[in-house]
Design a protein around this ligand. Structure first.
Ligand code: XMP
Length: 512
């Protein structure tokens, strides 16, 4: 097992970002809730511990706290913002309300560092840091000294070199903190003594070995959607157990143009049993006349599970069901749950009636871009690895109102042209999701000398990091113009093309 650093989540907004910053330095890192029992933390044998920020004041009754035993593990600790305050509070220091003492700081702040401390070793003596705190460190616990200060904050960073405990009032993980990445690096390498030997090729090797041990001679089943997660999971399993794996690809007929064939081509000869079920007609007949977006989602979700189960039954007893779950889905957050805006049915969700012994989730420790890096490592095509996210219900939620085979074909053609033009303009990696929507609205146009009364097609392109919020992409007019001209000329029954210039919120990324 690689050396591990634990990020203890106190409910701050940058927790996953901290984990990313650590992994980017080739140190394996996990996020765990502050509620995790100390014995479980000890069992993970961490080389270092990072306390995250959090929204609360340490003095509130309901603020997140851990047992003081965390300070007796003999493991270096870096506390960030709330995490630093918790460190101080937990070790007998004092925290003040910054508002009352005019010590609150938000945003970019000039800060000076003691470069004699291992945390700031080799860095510039002053630079900008990102502050965001209401409370502040007022009195240090015994054994601590200050190693950074700003105009308002005498204890911008603190150190107990004997115990290897560090705290920063600012956020080293965000890009606005100029030397933040190196500060985290110093904590990992100079304080914790990490080696930084966690790499994707090493991960792939270990994962294949572990999968072989776990599955032995058993049979495994995977629902392949063609998305990057299930594709990488499939490839990893193919390397580990070959023909003991059956992957079932339910083609619901609502994929993008040619996509079903592309998925088949990528996996047909990969050594696994590849089953493609062409269920387009079945899905379309169930969707006939259905206009409500949520109804469409439910119907597709249910039908998907049914088709999958029917196929799975033919295989007899299966020992393992493989899921493409990734790390952001499994992190148990210290904060509450977010509101559900759309019922995101993920094709590949867990079928209830397939008889299997255990679930295998070979990607559950990886972030999205690490899954892509693993895909590259395993030799998957760029096209699959960099595929933009595609919703489980497919084009059904990109056709407003009822879905017909004619509308699906029309949208597939228009969407393919838009994607070709985005790729030709080399924008395909910058725009995180881009697609066409058939609005089902008709309007008047003129082509040649003839009046037309045809559909309006909407184009959508967004940039986003987490898909929770998104900005519409500033696609150059000439690219939009080429796409629009080609779509109207090459696809029948579309006489108007519009570009969606709303962000999320207030809109969502998909139109339904
Ligand atoms: P929204 O439209 O909610 O989309 O802003 C956010 C992200 O989720 C995808 N999405 C879905 N994915 N099943 C899925 O598997 C769904 O029903 C679904 N609805 C939206 C959307 O494509 C975007 O990436």
């Amino acid at each position: 097992m690689s050396e591990t650093v634990l990020v203890i989540d106190f409910g701050g907004q940058y927790n996953q970002l901290i984990a990313r910053r650590v992994r980017e330095q080739h140190v394996y890192c996990e996020v765990v809730s502050y509620k995790t029992p100390i014995a479980d933390i000890r069992a993970k044998n961490p080389k270092g511990i990072i306390f995250t920020g959090g929204p609360k004041s340490v003095y509130l009754d309901d603020s997140p706290r851990m047992s003081g035993d965390i300070f007796t593990l003999g493991v270096p600790i870096l506390g960030i913002c709330y995490g630093a305050q918790f460190l101080v509070y937990g070790l007998g220091g004092e925290i003040g309300a910054a508002g009352e003492d005019s010590a609150a700081e938000f945003g970019r702040t000039d800060c000076s560092f003691d470069t004699g401390s291992p945390l700031f070793n080799g860095l510039k003596e002053s630079s900008v840091v990102w502050m965001s705190h209401n409370d502040y460190i007022k009195k240090l616990p015994d054994g601590f000294k200050t190693i950074a200060h700003s105009a308002k904050c005498p204890y911008a960073a603190i150190e107990n070199s004997e115990k290897k405990f560090y705290g920063t009032q600012f956020h080293p993980e965000v890009n606005h903190t100029e030397q933040g990445f190196n500060m985290l690096g110093n904590f990992l390498f100079k304080v914790c003594g990490c080696k930084g030997d966690w790499t994707m090729s090493g991960y792939a090797e270990t994962a294949v070995k572990e999968l072989r041990e776990k599955i032995g001679g058993g049979k495994a089943l995977l629902a392949l959607s063609g998305g990057v997660d299930s594709s990488v999971a499939c490839k990893l399993l193919a390397n580990a157990i070959g023909s003991q794996l059956t992957c079932i690809f339910v083609d619901h007929g609502l994929m993008r143009k040619n996509e079903g064939d592309e998925v088949e081509a990528a996996f047909k000869d990969s050594g696994v049993n590849f089953v493609r079920v062409n269920a387009g007609e079945r899905f379309l007949s169930r969707l006939k006349g259905v206009r409500s977006p949520e109804r469409k989602r439910k119907i597709i979700g249910k039908e998907f599970i049914r088709v999958f189960e029917e196929e799975a039954k033919k295989l007899g007893r299966v020992d393992f069901l493989v899921q493409g779950t990734i790390y952001p889905d499994v992190i148990e957050s210290g904060a509450g749950d977010a509101a559900v805006i759309k019922s995101h049915h993920n094709v590949g969700g867990l079928p209830k009636h397939v008889d299997f012994k255990e679930i295998v989730e070979p990607l559950r420790l990886l972030f999205k871009d690490e899954v892509r890096a693993l895909g590259v490592e395993l030799g998957l095509s760029e096209k699959l690895v960099w595929r933009q996210p595609f919703p489980g219900p497919g084009l059904a939620i990109r056709i407003i109102g009822d879905v017909t085979p004619e509308k699906v074909a029309l949208l597939q053609d228009a969407d393919a042209i838009f994607r070709e033009e985005i790729a030709a303009a080399k924008l395909d990696r910058d725009i995180n999701q881009y697609f066409a929507v058939l609005t089902s609205m008709r309007s008047v146009g003129v082509m040649g000398d003839t009046r037309t009364y045809d559909y309006t097609l909407a184009l959508r392109g967004v940039t986003t990091t987490d898909f929770m919020t998104a900005d519409f992409s500033r696609i150059p007019y000439d690219v939009l113009e080429r796409a629009s001209t080609r779509i109207v000329n090459e696809v029948g029954h579309i006489n108007r093309v519009v570009y969606d210039i709303t962000s999320k919120p207030p809109s969502t990324i998909e139109w339904e």
